[in-house]
Design a binder for this molecule. Structure first.
Ligand SMILES: Nc1nc2c(ncn2[C@@H]2O[C@H](COP(=O)(O)OP(=O)(O)OP(=O)(O)O)[C@@H](O)[C@H]2O)c(=O)[nH]1
Length: 225
């Protein structure tokens, strides 16, 4: 049976990415901007769960991201554990013009860590960077929280499109890189295993050769080296 190439294995993957953060930080609009290049100035709170599948080009290969969006407000939220199940990436969003949304980031991070079943590649996103005059959270504060928690960091604007694609691409690219490293490691292991088998065969052959040599010696044959 042919071993699937690294390319074939990664191309077939669909990465589940979740959007999380307080109500009205701009989660739905980040997704609308990224998936359809649209913006809704008066969008209503998300009710339940929505998702969009988006194709991305990572290192010249096509990768699909299934991006999930739900309401930041508790009463509109769908079942939490189902939302996080199988997620491999997350955009943790706050609004740079509302400090409270930044103060709540640790709460969201705890929820993500509690409900997800693996290490989720996470980027901290300070959205609404266009609202310069209303800024309540500095870029340095965002960076330092991200560093402390081991997250990627970016500031975006769904309104003027700034950094929106980069935010999603950063997460998908990192997941892809982790996966590629795992595929390479498992291929290395397979190579080592087949090396061991080959060595085992060599040992058997040598034993058979020795037996032949011994038999010949007994018959009074030869063999100086
Ligand atoms: N100025 C500005 N406004 C934004 C930006 N992104 C979203 N908004 C506005 O912020 C409001 C809330 O945006 P949503 O995308 O609905 O926020 P959400 O986080 O999905 O909200 P929930 O569904 O309640 O959790 C809307 O009025 C948007 O038009 C942005 O980058 N800049």
């Amino acid at each position: 049976m042919a071993i699937p190439s690294e390319e074939a294995q990664t191309e077939d993957y669909l990465f589940k990415i979740v959007l999380i953060g307080d109500s009205a930080v701009g989660k739905s609009n980040l997704l609308a901007r990224f998936a359809r290049d649209e913006f809704y100035p008066n969008s209503k709170s998300t009710i339940g769960v929505e998702f969009q599948t988006q194709k991305l080009d990572i290192n010249g290969k096509e990768v699909k991201a299934q991006i999930w969006d739900t309401a930041g407000q508790e009463r509109f939220r769908a079942v939490t554990s189902a939302y996080y199940r199988g997620a491999v990436g997350a955009l943790l969003v706050y609004d740079i013009s509302r400090r409270l949304t930044f103060d709540n980031i640790n709460r969201w991070l705890n929820e993500l860590q509690t409900h997800s079943d693996m290490n989720v590649v996470t980027i901290l996103v300070g959205n609404k960077s266009d609202l310069k005059d209303a800024r309540e959270v500095t870029t340095a504060e965002g960076k330092s929280l991200a560093e402390a928690q081991g997250l990627f960091f970016i500031e975006t604007s769904a309104l003027d499109s700034s950094n929106v694609a980069v935010a999603f691409q950063t997460v998908v690219k990192e997941i892809y890189n982790i996966l590629s490293r795992k595929v390479m490691q498992s291929q290395e292991l397979q190579k080592k295993d087949s090396g061991r088998l080959a060595n085992g065969k060599t040992v058997v052959l040598q034993a058979e050769e020795n037996q032949e040599a011994e038999a010949q010696a007994k018959k009074g044959g030869c063999c100086s080296s």
